[in-house]
Design a protein around this ligand. Sequence first.
Ligand SMILES: C[S@@+](CC[C@H](N)C(=O)[O-])C[C@H]1O[C@@H](n2cnc3c(N)ncnc32)[C@H](O)[C@@H]1O
Length: 242
Amino acid sequence: MDITILSIFPRMFQALNESLIGKAQEKKLVNIDVVDFRGFTTNKQNHVDDGTYGGGAGMLLQAQPIYDAMDYVEKEKPGKKRVILLDPAGKTFNTQMARDFAKEDQLVFICGHYEGFDERVKDLVTDEVSIGDYILTGGELPTMSMIDATLRFVPGVLGNSVSAEEESFSNGLLEYPQYSRPADFRGKKVPEVLTSGDHEKIRLWRLTQSLKKTLERRPDLLENADLTDEEQKILRKIRRNN
Ligand SMILES: C[S@@+](CC[C@H](N)C(=O)[O-])C[C@H]1O[C@@H](n2cnc3c(N)ncnc32)[C@H](O)[C@@H]1O
């Protein structure tokens, strides 16, 4: 996979050189380039922002440097691209989007700052995406979150390829509780079933816990979850006993 990030704060992306994403780059599973679109301004002061027509507080990122930076990206990396604009008004990012992005050959993220973008920048993009109903100072941290979540679905990025599929949200449910050694810590004991060695019982316990937790904390997820017959049966039992 190839990722290009358009940002006026390229140093922020040094964090992507760490941990599993850093390793994925070393293993050439992904190539990540950051393009500073300040380098594409045509004014002497290298300003990327200006006031808004119609008045109002704050500065807006202008269309010109972003259009020119995108022309450069297209020249350097021709081909079909998913171009993602970081925008609080966009569709909220989720696991399904991460899976979809992971199937693409080329992703481009455009990070905003100040009051956001000149509306005409939106003509360059395929997706407008938000990470939630709150405002950050720029699109850099949301971009890193999305890249991290997306690359988890690229084969080989996680040491254990099953784990991305077993985590919360992957099957529409929250993850079951997990424990590590010791079995008794300050009198807090690990549920007996987990030390029983009975794999079928453990599987059932985990599934039940997962359904219980989702019902308690995120019942909205259950409305859209594609539950198996077994899961529906367990869920009915949990509801009866509540
Ligand atoms: C201060 S915000 C601009 C907010 C904008 N004036 C509004 O009310 O929607 C600056 C930039 O940070 C990024 N940003 C801030 N919050 C975000 C969020 N929740 N999701 C995605 N990007 C966000 C966007 O790129 C945005 O253009």
